[in-house]
Design a protein around this ligand. Structure first.
Ligand SMILES: N[C@@H](CCC[C@H](N)C(=O)O)C(=O)O
Length: 293
């Protein structure tokens, strides 16, 4: 199988192009195991998961994403930027603006080149669509027609106020005074697997730095601590705006462990996310070897 490994702010995925490479297409039930094996840093390539680029019936292209534990997610903000860059650079996309189908809906992307003093940096701007706020849409236990904003919940001995947002995938956001003081590796898996969330949840902690600046760290459903999460950054801005900590229609700089994203929740209700995407390597996976053990 031919692969390209890419990252968006350190959130890294092994990408299999299925547009015209029959070697990269497996039987459907094999993808969860492929993701687990490829993501393993000792026996595989090492990644936060895998991404498939496939033909689409309803958009220009389709993206599927599997987490490190083999579970399939509906959306991946950093993955979308990587896929968009890959498609433009390999000339599958002939225009800088095009659409990508995800299991969470169709999004539109635009690949821009911005000239820096020393180097040209390629940014990808993605219209991530409208956030969903009702518990039934997250999904989350409780009244399906009510949002969960700053809602107190107890997990063992700890109490946290959760603000929940779906960006195609579910995010529980917690506002704190200092992001680095929170033991996310301890509370992340507890909240991820709590029965409050029937499909589990991504857990984000947010520190407000100003009206246009936040710090954000994430525990990802199915992958654990990662350097960045694009949908999570969008959910963090939406949750902070709903809690009146940020302003609608302003470009917010989201500082993540792997770098910065710019997120804007516009007046029409769409969340825009802009950031970089980068190659790590291209290679060939020895499929027989990888699946033999
Ligand atoms: N890192 C991604 C999100 C990947 C999926 C997530 N772990 C989930 O299961 O919902 C991003 O950049 O959005």
């Amino acid at each position: 199988m031919n692969f390209t490994k890419m990252h968006g702010l350190g959130n890294n995925y092994v990408i299999f192009n299925q547009l015209d490479d029959p070697n990269n297409v497996l039987e459907e039930q094999m993808y969860p195991e492929l993701s687990r094996r490829v993501s393993n840093v000792n026996f595989g390539i090492g990644s936060d998961g895998i991404i498939l680029i496939c033909p689409s019936q309803m958009a220009d292209f389709k993206m599927r994403i599997f987490n490190e534990d083999g579970s399939e997610a509906k959306n991946c903000g950093n993955g979308l930027r990587c896929v968009a860059k890959f498609l433009v650079d390999s000339a599958y996309a002939t225009e800088p603006r095009f659409t990508i189908e995800t299991l969470g809906g169709v999004v539109s992307v635009e690949v821009e080149v911005e000239l820096d003093k020393k180097q040209s940096i390629q940014y990808v701007n993605v219209d991530m669509g409208e956030p969903k706020l009702l518990k039934g849409m997250i999904p989350m236990e409780g009244d399906p027609f009510m949002p969960a904003m700053n809602e107190p919940h107890t997990f063992g001995e700890d109490k946290y106020h959760l603000s929940c947002v779906s960006m195609g995938n579910p995010h529980a956001i917690i506002f704190v005074d200092e992001v680095n003081a929170v033991p996310l590796e301890k509370i992340g898996p507890v909240i991820e697997h709590d029965s409050l969330f029937p499909e589990r949840v991504n857990v984000g902690i947010v520190q407000i730095k100003g009206r246009q600046e936040i710090d954000y760290r994430v525990w990802e459903r199915g992958s654990g601590l990662t350097m960045a999460c694009g949908t999570g950054a969008c959910a963090a801005v939406v949750a902070a705006t709903m809690n009146q900590l940020l302003d609608r229609n302003e470009a917010v700089t989201v500082h993540l462990p792997g770098g910065d994203l710019t997120v804007t929740w516009d007046e029409q209700g769409h969340v825009w996310k802009r950031g970089e995407a980068s190659y790590i390597c291209h290679g060939e996976l020895d499929f027989q070897y990888s699946f033999s053990a």
